[in-house]
Design a protein around this ligand. Sequence first.
Ligand SMILES: [Zn+2]
Length: 218
Amino acid sequence: MVRSLILFLLLAGCATPKTMLVISKTAGYRHASIERGVKAVKTIAQDLNFTVHATKDTSTLCTETYDVVVFLNTSGAILTSEERDCLRSFVESGGGFMGIHSAADTEHDWPWYGETLLGAWFVSHPPVSQETLQVLDRTHPSTAHLNTEWNCTDEWYRYDRVPEKTTLLMTVHGHPIAWCKEIKKGKSFYTGRGHTKACFAEKAFIEHIKGGMEWVAQ
Ligand SMILES: [Zn+2]
């Protein structure tokens, strides 16, 4: 009886889904693709057996427990100093962070966010265009489904620096556009794609996000 109870608890423990917090709060530009993006990220996360909470309420960073946090097209100064501390200690103690597109146009006044968590901040962008991305690392789960070149349409950000201590995954015209890094016990993945509504219906982009999610959750 006791043995079967222990077995049950072990199995129940293994089956417990991981949890994901998806933040889409904006204090600056608000992308029209957010709603579609949230829907797509939820579907991907559920495919990976995550329980998802999508919200604009950043206080959840301190009040909830989660395994992965996604900043989906966030913008501007959105965090209180307490929320900053919660996010930083979450990542440093082994959490997974994923930034999509204008996550890099967020928290410009918080050095740790741009310099360490993301690796760079957004500076400017030309109009939406179709470009050929160079896929530098095809061993990563977020890029394993791609060829060495990826033709796609998006808004291509320029950043204020080349991110340091990162694995560069893709470039566009020689500029970094997706990368990942380890921060103490945690992991961070960033993709510059995600401006248009259409990209969240693009199979290759969905696979790209899914792979990033799997990687940060490991
Ligand atoms: Zn954009």
